[in-house]
Write a protein that binds this ligand. Sequence first.
Ligand SMILES: [Zn+2]
Length: 248
Amino acid sequence: MHKVTLRFYEELNDLLPKEKRKKRFTHQFIDRTSVKDLIESLGVPHTEADLILVNGKSVNFKYLINDSDDISVYPVFESFDISDVQHLRTKPLRKLKFIADVHLGRLTRYLRMMGFDVCYKNDFDDEEIVQLSVKKRRTILTKDRGILKRNEVTHGYYVRSSKVEEQVKEVIKRFDLQKEIKEFTRCIECNELLKSIKKEKIIHLLPPKVIQSQNEFYFCPSCKKVYWKGTHHQRMSLFIKHITRNQN
Ligand SMILES: [Zn+2]
């Protein structure tokens, strides 16, 4: 029997059983295993970890655990400078694009409202999500840790909350997106980029109140839905302000 000690930091603790949170604990095992398999056996998908130190040195996921190793696992850092140690992911995906699992339809709509590219279908299976993530370089958003444990998945996030407002906050914080929010750029229904359109071209589609009060319109080239900055937009703007204020 081999024995190692482990400590998980910050939000990685959400993924551990209560008795292992926020402290160093001992773990026993029989066969030597990679550090990836070890942390995943404890409930932490490898996509959640950005830095692993073994006896003070950074290692990659393939590192084979030795008896009495002392292991520290860190999440993605936002404000720390750790450029001198080995990050587990070589570089971030250039332009952040997401793919969301079937449980995250409402989150998808919110993120699209904020202008983020989120691929979503309410009948995606795990295999499709993984393949699209790898081929199209999309970061997986999921409520299913199992998907994130697969070897071929490199970029993903396990969404903790079941409340959509909290989920939006989590994603904005985790991927540091506060400055990337661009309302009225993407269709909520189909993820297409919106185009602006002159009022006279769509005036026959608009309710009288909107004709009176609005002059700026957008439409989706794919589903033809027309958007304007009505009361829904005001609610959304307040929500975004609320999120960004609470994260500074
Ligand atoms: Zn559309």
